[in-house]
Design a protein. Structure first.
Length: 500
């Protein structure tokens, strides 16, 4: 197996033992990028020179630790090449949100999550493609290019963090960060055979992450297995004085929580997940995953989330309302593309926004502005917030009966490129299992649980707020039972004759 196809924890062991260098790992990743990026299109910006410098610095750091016999300053992420979704600000490096609007936006500061990864000595490979401003489920809404699924290049990688997921699945990064407002880490992870987690709202700082919907947004890891997910989550979690919504709740050692078994834990299966749009093959795989957890010692019970059928409507109202307000600052004056030859300020703003926002972003801004307008506020926005409260009540009731819930991540496997472009509502409906998690703020993780027609399928585990440890423990147990975490996307084989 090539270095770029290995996991963070495998590479961290090799690095600590002095068997490989970060430079070799980073070169292996760039050889893979040379070999497959043209077909996959995972990146908006690739940072080869910067990454190789960071790899050298990491190698020096590890060599120094070895000389002193003190590895306390070395993290499992030291020297590991990672990718960042292009809505996460990077100082001096273009951060586009895959929009014409921010095509030339170079942030003057790093997001807190970037500072933390760099502080640990991680290597940043590049910025990944996404649906414009994180609005979408296929990465087809990028203003630049589409990204393809490394398991089948005719299919989408999911979205909106599709570039991050495709990069990891193709070995173009060892792990990646995405953002998840309504499923954008978990759904692409599921489509690309990876582990993706949306942490509890407030677990991870949002400072320096371009806001879509502030009450729903959260940064999360996309990784090849549960252990890597735990490593990345621990690295980015914890209090940040620059984000008032970020919790001071202490960060547990997530990796050590993987050791314990799941005996005595109760897993709830929400009765509502068997709705009619669910692919029967996916239902069978998720039922099978629940049985595997039972065999591993958990008790499986049925629970109910009676208001979950309203989650998508509430999600699209709340998220679009917040987006319309968050994106108001992008007006061609303070930020973003500026139209030329406008005769006054009104025209400048109107034309800048009309020319540089894509159709999906405009649709959401209009929907959100309408929902917030004084005439319609009560009917739409307020009602959506009330529904949200009812769903939180459902969730609290369900967690009286179980420690975690299991359901699909997505009702289908990855669909074909161009298959659903003109029907936004059909695409919105696919967020049925993921949006409920953001509306209630709790954490959830998508774990591969099998394949259908050769395409990966993820099971979603939903946990109690700030109980990511239990969630990862159950996810780890499922991963072991499914025994598929070492399967790699076939794109890696395309690259077989190149490099090491
Ligand atoms: N598909 C959802 C949407 O389009 C999720 C987006 C996200 O999580 N960023 O809004």
């Amino acid at each position: 197996m090539k270095l770029c196809d290995m996991t963070i924890h495998e590479l961290a062991e090799l690095l600590e033992a002095g068997e490989v260098s970060s430079k070799e790992i980073t070169e292996s990743v760039f050889e893979r990028i040379d070999g497959v990026e043209e077909s996959v299109g995972a990146y908006v910006t690739v940072l080869s020179d910067e990454a190789l410098e960071q790899a050298d610095a990491a190698d020096e750091r590890i060599a120094h630790a070895r000389k002193c016999g003190d590895f306390s300053g070395i993290s499992p992420l030291t020297g590991i090449p990672l990718a960042l979704k292009d809505n996460i600000c990077t100082k001096g490096i273009r951060t586009t949100c895959s929009s014409r609007m921010l095509e030339d936006f170079v942030p003057p500061y790093d997001a807190t999550v970037v500072e933390r990864l760099q502080g640990l000595g991680a290597v940043i490979v590049g910025k990944t493609n996404m649906d414009e401003f994180a609005m979408g489920s296929s990465t087809e809404n990028s203003a630049f290019h589409i990204t393809r699924n490394p398991w089948d290049l005719q299919r989408v990688p999911g979205g909106s963090s599709g570039g991050s997921a495709a990069a990891v699945a193709a070995g173009e990064a060892i792990g990646a960060l995405g953002t998840d407002t309504g499923g954008s880490v978990r759904q692409p992870a599921s489509f690309c055979g990876l582990v993706g987690m949306k942490p509890t709202h407030g677990r991870v700082s949002r400072y320096g992450v371009v806001a879509f919907s502030s009450s729903l947004d959260q940064v999360g890891p996309i990784a090849k297995d549960v252990r890597d997910c735990a490593i990345m989550l621990a690295a980015i979690s914890g209090r940040d004085t620059r984000d008032a919504s970020c919790s001071p709740e202490p960060v547990p050692d997530y990796s050590s929580s993987l050791k314990a078994n799941i005996e005595g834990l109760t897993v709830g299966v929400p009765a509502e997940f068997r709705h009619s749009g669910l692919d029967s093959g996916i239902k069978e795989l998720v039922d099978g995953a629940a049985r595997m957890l039972e065999e591993a010692g958990a008790r499986v019970v049925e629970v109910s989330l009676p208001h979950s059928e309203h989650a998508i409507a509430a999600y699209y109202l709340v998220s679009s309302a917040e987006a319309s307000s968050n994106l108001a600052r992008i007006d061609g004056i303070r930020y973003g593309y500026r139209a030329v030859d406008a005769s006054d300020v009104q025209e400048l703003i109107r034309r800048s926004r009309s020319e540089a926002f894509g159709p999906e972003v405009k649709r959401r801004i209009m929907l959100g502005t309408h929902a917030l307008s004084s005439k319609h506020y009560e009917e739409y926005y307020l009602k959506a917030q009330k529904v949200r409260t009812l769903i939180i009540g459902d969730m609290n009731e369900a967690f009286k009966k179980c420690d975690c819930m299991i359901c699909p991540t997505s009702p289908t496997v990855a669909f074909k490129v161009g298959e659903k472009p003109n029907d936004p509502v059909a695409v919105y409906l696919m967020d049925i299992y993921t949006t409920i998690v953001n509306l209630t703020g709790v954490p959830a993780v998508s774990v591969p649980c099998g394949a259908l027609d050769g395409m990966p399928v993820g099971a979603q585990l939903i946990g109690r707020a700030f109980d990511e440890g239990t969630l990862l423990k159950i996810a780890h147990s499922l991963e072991k039972a499914c025994a598929i975490s070492d399967r790699r996307a076939p794109i890696a084989a395309m690259d077989g004759r190149r490099g090491k």
